[in-house]
Design a protein around this ligand. Structure first.
Ligand code: NAI
Length: 337
């Protein structure tokens, strides 16, 4: 005889199977840090994504509460919660996509690099879990400093023998969303705008290529200066406005959900899914760099070149590379030493 708990579990599995048979590929997605500022809104948005059949919500605090709450939404995905290190492996087993917004956010006056001390260790532990329990999953890394946490994750996966550069993606989508939005002040509709943002995800490493904006538009030097500064400091703008209560969470959850959806559409086999992301790259001499990538069944299947840059962007690129080199090195050394 089944206990009520076992019956409940079986019905969940049944629903998953149905969905898979119904033609929805039913991807399994885990969010690590699901009870945080980004994590909660992101859990809500992923519960609404029709490509998700199973949503695992993991955190070291309050995961059951967020899970109970989100699970009452009458959308298709089945939600399960996992609390604390002992449940990390169960949270990760069988996942197709793992999204990581775990770790502390900035307070006014802090740089993203100030978060390294705490977040490096968190990302290391979580990625060890990924290597062990779902080595083929695509990883979307949100925890800052992204310029260092992505190299950390790569080193963890190399050590475990599971590293596939196509599957490790640093999330820089918010920089693109900001760039598209801020172009609004020039009379453009953000939904129609596409500004490639390359380099990395901190200060001067965030390099908007306004010369490549679509639809093609020409900006005055003042407009370029204004937009570049505002895009590079968009995160700090939010940190200061929140005055100690954290950094961007709502716009970030939106951006993370948009990027995760693109990854899932790629996994499904959709054509021409292109987003910017901080990935292993041969576009510059640096081991990691953000550019547009094409997402497919195996992750970032194509990493696009930078395209033509103007003089202003070439100077910006050199500054970005200088800072990025140090951040990448710092991440690599954290694991190697
Ligand atoms: P938060 O503090 O509100 O939430 C973080 C969550 O991570 C908390 O629920 C905490 O319990 C959890 N956590 C801590 N250690 C953990 C562990 N070992 N395993 C699982 N969960 C753990 O922070 P918020 O605002 O959600 O930001 C999260 C991270 O995202 C920060 O590092 C922040 O800098 C970064 N971020 C990245 C952006 C990007 O564009 N890539 C933009 C905005 C923030």
């Amino acid at each position: 005889h089944l206990t009520p708990q076992m019956e409940a579990k079986n019905s969940v599995i049944g629903r998953e199977n149905c969905r898979a048979k119904g033609g929805n590929p039913g991807f399994k997605v885990a969010i690590l840090g699901a009870a945080g500022g980004i994590g909660q809104s992101l859990s809500l948005l992923m519960k609404m994504n029709p490509l998700v059949s199973l949503l695992h919500l993991y955190d070291v605090v309050n995961a059951p509460g967020v899970t109970a709450d989100v699970s009452h939404m009458d959308t298709g995905a089945v939600v399960r919660g996992f609390l604390g290190a002992k449940q990390l492996e169960d949270a990760l087993t069988g996942m197709d996509l793992v999204i990581i917004p775990a770790g502390i956010p900035r307070k006014p006056g802090m740089t993203r690099d100030d978060l390294f001390k705490i977040n490096a260790g968190i990302v290391k532990t979580l990625c060890e879990g990924v290597a062990k329990c779902c080595p083929n999953a695509i990883v979307n890394l949100i925890s800052n400093p992204v310029n260092s946490t992505v190299p950390i994750a790569a080193e963890v996966f190399k050590k475990a023998g599971t590293y596939d550069p196509k599957k490790l993606l640093g999330v820089t989508t918010l920089d693109v969303a900001r760039a598209n939005t801020f172009a609004e002040v020039l009379g453009l509709d953000p939904r129609e705008v596409d500004v490639p943002v390359v380099g990395g995800h901190a200060g001067v490493t965030i390099l908007p290529l306004l010369s490549q904006v679509k639809p093609p538009s020409s900006f005055t030097p003042q407009e370029i200066e204004y937009l570049t500064n505002r895009i590079q400091n968009g995160g700090t703008e939010v940190v200061e406005a929140k005055a100690g209560a954290g950094s961007a969470t709502l716009s970030m959850a939106y951006a993370a959900a948009k990027f995760a959806d693109a990854c899932l559409r790629g996994l499904r086999g959709d054509a021409n899914v292109v987003e910017c992301s901080f990935v292993a790259s041969q576009v510059t001499e640096l081991a990691f760099f953000a550019t547009k990538v094409r997402l497919g069944r195996t992750g970032a299947e194509e990493v696009y070149q930078l395209g033509p840059l103007n003089e202003y962007e070439r100077i910006g690129l050199e500054k970005a590379k200088d800072e990025l080199a140090g951040s990448i090195q710092k991440g690599v050394e954290f694991i190697r030493k």
